[in-house]
Design a protein around this ligand. Structure first.
Ligand SMILES: Nc1nc2c(ncn2[C@@H]2O[C@H](COP(=O)(O)OP(=O)(O)OP(=O)(O)O)[C@@H](O)[C@H]2O)c(=O)[nH]1
Ligand SMILES: [Mg+2]
Length: 574
């Protein structure tokens, strides 16, 4: 035997049988041999009541008529059949028999104490009291010591000590805890009062429970409470096991996902990325490919856009040069005529008169040049070197006049549509008369030209709205925020508009107008009342608070509209 554990497999469990036989306690007090059920160690009764084994009686019997008790010297008469005639102690024999039976049963139990059971005892990790290097597996109930097999055999080998009852360590009789306040009493109870449970329910004796600090507190017997706690832990067992399994499964799944991310072979080794690429590597490759295509496309688009600019510049220069040449030629002709006319008028009167026809012709030519010159447009007379550029969504370049955007303004009569239009167009607010047909105005904003159609909103005119939908890129729906009575009517009209096929791609700007009037509703209220999130789901829409009187909010609305239109197709670099 070496180290801290004992090799139980090398032990025959016959040793367990050396745990004392209970019947061994019944021994003859003269020879100290164990009584037996029969033979020369059978117990026989003396008249005085003492019991002695048959063989001791034979030694004491002096072939006279009595035998003297070795304990109280009283005489017991002996008949002709000698000591065989003395009664056996049947009570003792019965007891002996019972003890032997129970001993047999115990022996059977001990036969189950195999190496596996002992290993369990070892897991308690209690050191052998005889040798610190050994792990105890037995408990001697007489010496109150924890022992390993080896030390148990060594220390309990004498006849008397071998009788000590030894039990597996886990069956060691429990020591009853003492009350911390009254150490002379066993702590039989535990206090369950909430205020006493921190940090753990205290132990107490009956004095504490009935008269002391824990009087009238909720309590329980220590054994019962401990059993409750044990069964709680036992019940939680499946839960804990399930949880552990689930956590373990998840850990394994994470492992697999990490391997797939990194790229690994079946053995879990990170493989070289080309033969077994991970998803990370593939994603990188896709990003690189995407941007490579993007760069190539952009290069092509850039080249096309630059060509468009170069062509524009070349054509522009060509037309300017040609204009310049025409003007130079015109200038020289006018200059020549001018000199000729001056020379002609410097002559005497008769010659001047005779040259009058030529002079008139020269003046006619000048008149023609003048005519040609005045016919030149402002772009030719005051040319602008700037090159206005806009880009389409697919990066084509647009050079020249502003992008034209068609907008239709709708809403109930009196909502302020015409007022909004004129405020935007000429920054004026005036009392309007109801629109019976429509107004149309263009409003320049950034690099865009909004053509705004303002259609009358009276009920009888509403069926005509549909004639303005075609090719409309944006709808501006105006609401009178101060007229709460007509919000529902307005909401109904907007709902109808949202079902129009021709407007399905149009951006929607809702103007909550007349915000200057006290008591008007806010855009939040309108959003909720009209159910805008649901109604306008899937299209680009925006609600803007404004008032046409001061113009507040109108440019913000236009700004949003411009951004939407830029996002959906045109893009302004300026
Ligand atoms: N206080 C205030 N009054 C406004 C505002 N906008 C319009 N109004 C007035 O509301 C009335 C109706 O304005 P309009 O611009 O004619 O309304 P509309 O939507 O064009 O009406 P219809 O042409 O009939 O469809 C006019 O008296 C405007 O002066 C505003 O923001 N504040
Ligand atoms: Mg109007």
């Amino acid at each position: 035997m070496s180290g801290s554990s004992f090799d139980y497999n090398s032990l025959s469990f016959g040793r367990i049988s050396s745990i004392p036989d209970k019947s061994d306690v019944l021994e003859c007090r003269v020879c100290e041999d164990i009584f037996t059920l029969q033979g020369d160690k059978v117990p026989r009764l003396l008249y005085c009541g003492h019991t002695i084994c048959h063989s001791c009686l034979l030694r004491l019997y002096q072939r006279c008529s009595t035998v003297q008790c070795p304990f109280d010297r009283q005489a017991t008469p002996i008949g002709p059949s000698g000591v065989w005639g003395l009664k056996k102690n049947f009570a003792l024999l019965e007891l002996l028999e019972r003890l032997q039976r129970s001993n047999k049963a115990e022996m059977n139990i001990n036969s189950y104490l195999n190496a596996e059971t002992m290993e369990k005892e070892e897991q308690l990790h209690i050191t052998c009291d005889e040798n610190d290097n050994h792990i105890a597996v037995l408990y001697c109930t007489v010496c109150c010591t924890n022992l390993c097999f080896y030390c148990s055999e060594q220390t309990h080998s004498t006849r008397t000590l071998a009788k000590h009852r030894r039990v597996p360590l886990s069956e060691k009789p429990q020591e009853r805890p003492r009350c911390p306040l009254h150490p002379s009493h066993v702590a039989e109870f535990t206090c369950l009062q909430d205020s006493c449970r921190q940090p753990s329910p205290p132990l107490m004796c009956f004095v504490c429970k009935d008269y002391g600090t824990h009087k009238n507190h909720k309590h329980a017997l220590v054994e019962i409470e401990a059993e409750n706690i044990r069964s709680k832990v036992k019940n939680a067992g499946p839960l804990m096991r399930n949880l552990m399994e689930e956590i373990n499964d998840t850990i394994q799944r994470l492992d697999q996902v990490m391997l797939r991310l990194e790229g690994a072979d079946a053995n879990g080794l990170v493989d070289d990325e080309v033969s077994n690429p991970g998803t990370g590597y593939l994603a990188r490759a896709r990003v690189q490919l995407y941007f490579q295509h993007l760069r190539e496309t952009l290069q092509v688009q850039e080249a096309a856009a630059l060509t468009a600019v170069d062509t524009h510049v070349r054509e522009r220069l060509g037309s300017l040069r040609s204009l310049q040449e025409d003007l130079a030629s015109s200038l020289s002709q006018v200059a020549v005529i001018c000199v000729q006319c001056e020379q002609a008028v410097r002559q005497d009167d008769s010659r001047v008169i005779s040259a009058s026809i030529d002079i008139n012709q020269a003046l006619n030519v000048i008149e023609k040049h003048k005519q040609m010159f005045t016919e030149l447009g402002p772009e030719q007379l005051q040319p602008d070197a700037s090159i206005p550029i806009t880009f389409t969504k697919d990066n084509r370049v647009h050079i020249g006049p502003k992008m034209e955007i068609r907008v239709v303004t709708l809403g109930l009569d009196g909502a302020g549509k015409t007022s909004v239009l004129f405020k935007l167009k000429q920054n004026e607010f005036m009392t309007m008369i109801p629109t019976l047909g429509f107004n149309v105005e263009t409003v320049d904003y950034k690099n865009m030209k909004f053509t705004i159609w303002d259609v009358g909103g009276q009920p009888k005119l509403r069926p005509l709205w549909k004639h303005y939908y075609l090719n409309t890129q944006a709808v501006v729906f105006v609401i009178d925020s101060s007229d709460q009575q007509r919000l529902l009517e307005s909401s109904n009209e907007l709902s109808k508009l949202m079902t129009e096929k021709e407007l399905k791609d149009a951006a929607l700007l809702i103007l909550a107008n007349k915000q200057d009037i006290h008591g008007c509703v806010t855009i939040e209220t309108i959003t909720e009342l009209f159910g805008l999130y649901k109604l306008c789901c899937g299209r680009s829409w925006h609600i803007q608070a404004c008032d046409a009187q001061s113009g507040a909010g109108l440019h913000d609305g236009l700004d949003w509209l411009a951004r939407q239109l830029v996002a959906s197709g045109v893009h302004d670099l300026n």
